[in-house]
Design a protein around this ligand. Structure first.
Ligand code: SF4
Length: 331
């Protein structure tokens, strides 16, 4: 019984079913569109590409994370406080957002709207990515349109199912200027889709993964150089080692968890091959720099000290042009 060919078609159907509640993505501007590069969002619509089984499994991981969080909320007895996949619609334009979890009150029952954007990740970042924050800001803006009065906030819940870790990035508020910026990006995408404008490209850390990178005007601005062969070789070696390092770090993280599951928080023992010790570092207090800057800006500026600069090295392999796409758009 060969399961893999069956999986390849069944996973596609699973994702179609899972996203059915979001409606036809091609018919409206969603939060992921305005949070991304408009050139990429436009080209993805014009040259849609079936994601690989691996990518589709990752999408499913996101749905599983949402189901798990839903079950956690329900187990905690707060199911009466929220709805899932709440659709927000602009009153006149085809702009929509879907809030993963929308709470109508806090845990004490005080009325408050709180939007939660769930992100399933492999390794929780130290800070939320700007694209995540933009998605949430767009949702908060549409929420404010729908509910002009009352307390309104949001958070990003990043969950790493492999490592069993969850992190809430909290404290987001509706910001009219940020929403207006994202709204204008949405209008720009609508104009581009109607053939009234050319899609603008905007560089970000995601460009390295973009399938439309090869003929992107922003990429073309990067000067072409001929590197000495030994430097070209070192660059390749650096990329290879960096990839190995990332894989090793991910694997170490999950092995570490398995070891700690075995030892518990305190352990000291010696096998034939290893001296294994686990001790606890007590919780400690730290200064919340963002809060300090917000509430006591004078104090914040008086305690700042210079951090030494350093050379930042970034190397990304150049991918070949995507065979499924032809044509270009300006930027
Ligand atoms: S490579 Fe170009 S099109 Fe792709 S995300 Fe970056 S700026 Fe946008």
């Amino acid at each position: 019984m060969n399961l893999l060919p069956f999986f390849e078609s069944a996973v596609v159907k699973l994702n179609i079913n899972q996203t059915a509640t979001l409606g036809k993505r091609s018919e409206y501007i969603g939060s992921s569109d305005v949070a991304s590069c408009i050139r990429k969002a436009y080209l993805q619509r014009v040259y849609p590409k079936q994601p690989s089984v691996s990518t589709q499994l990752k999408y499913s991981r996101g749905h599983i994370a949402e189901l798990l969080i839903d079950k956690i909320f329900k187990s905690g007895g707060v199911q009466h406080l929220y709805d899932t996949q709440v659709e927000l619609t602009h009153p006149t334009l085809p702009m929509k957002a879907h809030v993963d979890f929308l709470f109508y009150a806090d845990f004490e029952g005080n009325p408050e709207l709180h939007a939660i954007e769930v992100k399933s990740v492999s390794g929780i970042p130290d800070a939320p990515y700007p694209q995540w924050e933009d998605q949430l800001s767009y949702q908060l803006g549409l929420l404010r349109m729908q509910y002009p009065e009352g307390k309104l906030g949001g958070s990003i819940l990043a969950i790493d199912l492999n490592a069993g870790q969850i992190q809430q990035f909290n404290g987001y508020k509706h910001d009219a200027a940020t929403f207006n910026y994202l709204y204008c990006k949405g209008l720009h995408l609508l104009d581009v889709l109607n053939g009234e404008d050319e899609a603008r490209a905007s560089l970000s850390h995601l460009c390295g993964y973009c399938q439309f990178r090869s003929d992107c005007p922003e990429m073309m601005r990067i000067p072409k150089v001929i590197l000495p062969p030994e430097i070209e070789m070192l660059a390749g070696k650096y990329v290879e080692l960096n990839t190995t390092k990332s894989h090793a770090e991910k694997e170490m993280k999950s092995i570490r968890q398995e070891l700690l599951d075995f030892t518990g928080p305190k352990f000291s023992g010696r096998s034939d091959n290893y001296d294994l010790r686990v001790s606890s570092v007590a919780a400690s207090m730290t200064v919340d720099g963002t809060l300090l800057n917000k509430d006591f800006p004078d104090i914040y500026s008086s305690v700042l000290k210079e951090r030494a600069g350093y050379s930042k090295l970034e190397i990304k392999p150049i991918r070949n042009p995507d065979s499924t796409k032809s044509g270009t758009v300006g930027g």
